[in-house]
Ligand binder design. Structure first.
Ligand code: GLN
Length: 281
């Protein structure tokens, strides 16, 4: 059960008074999209929702096994965890598929496209300035995918060759910082296009998170994962910056409870085969 609330947007009025010229237009537009144009609802426990009765989840597809289409439905590890969050408030999960760039920049959350982003997204300081992260729920490193007949086993081996990266990701940043200068980076919009490029030989290698690349290599013996780089990443779910502390709290308690009572391990085993050997946070 929830009450309909209309936002009154005092922040927008303040911005109007303070900001001149072009900055004004941009800020008012952003603020308008963030709240004023959107009618949100609030549950009894104070969680704000863009659509009554639904937990609207932004994700970027495909990112198997975290989120991907299966028989016309978006499923995966992240989606199962979002289902747990939704269940605890008697909500239905609605998935909105959108670009990863808009998710990690905070745009999708600021424009009221969704309540929460669940996208195998690494918690970084830069992102934490524009979105609010939950507690960490998964650990990851970067990894290197190459055609099965390739001699490449490291970034250095790629000297003079091409390396596929996914736009806006930590893998893209890692490649920019660590690949030899004469490696040509090719940017792909999503993981599907990146893995396809490696599989068809459009690029000599591709970099992305270990979980998704191992998953792809496990079902495609034309490619293999030949290196992992110990980036020590942790995934977090995200809500609008300073926008929904009650939802963030609900996500954190739901994940903590699931880790405590074994539900997390069951979900992990469903998508990765074995229960994690180490605590995930
Ligand atoms: N974990 C990586 C990042 O946050 C990739 C996430 C993704 O592509 N969905 O940048």
């Amino acid at each position: 059960m929830s009450d309909i609330t209309r936002l009154v947007c005092p922040a927008m009025t303040r911005s109007r008074l303070r900001l001149p010229g072009a900055a004004l237009a941009a800020t008012v537009l952003a603020t308008g999209l963030a709240g004023c144009a959107t009618e949100t609802t609030t549950t009894e426990s104070g969680v704000e929702l863009v659509t009554d009765g639904e937990l609207t989840v932004c994700t970027s597809l495909p990112y198997k096994p975290f989120e991907f289409n299966q028989d016309g439905e978006v499923v995966g590890f992240d989606i199962d965890l979002m289902d747990l969050v939704a269940q605890s408030e008697d909500l239905e999960v609605t998935v909105v598929a959108t670009g990863f760039e808009g998710i990690q920049s905070g745009q999708s959350l600021n424009t009221g496209e969704c309540d929460v982003a669940a996208a195998g997204m690494t918690i970084t300081d830069e992102r934490a300035r524009v979105i609010d992260f939950s507690d960490p729920y998964f650990e990851a490193t970067q990894a290197l995918l190459v055609p099965a007949d390739s001699d490449v086993t490291s970034l250095d081996d790629l000297s003079g060759q091409t390396l596929g990266v996914q736009q806006g990701t930590t893998g893209e940043l890692y490649a920019e910082d660590n690949a030899p200068d004469d490696v040509e980076l090719r940017v792909y919009e999503d993981l599907g296009l990146l893995t396809q490029a490696v599989n068809t030989g459009q690029v000599d290698a591709g970099i992305n998170d270990n979980g998704v690349l191992y998953d792809f290599a496990n079902s495609n013996d034309t490619v293999e994962v030949v290196a992992e780089f110990d980036t020590g990443e942790q995934y977090g779910f995200a809500v609008q910056k300073d926008g929904n502390p009650e939802l963030l709290e609900l996500i954190n308690t739901t994940i903590a409870d699931a880790q405590e009572d074994g539900t997390y391990d069951e979900i992990y085993a469903e998508w990765f085969g074995d229960a994690p050997t180490e605590p995930s946070s």
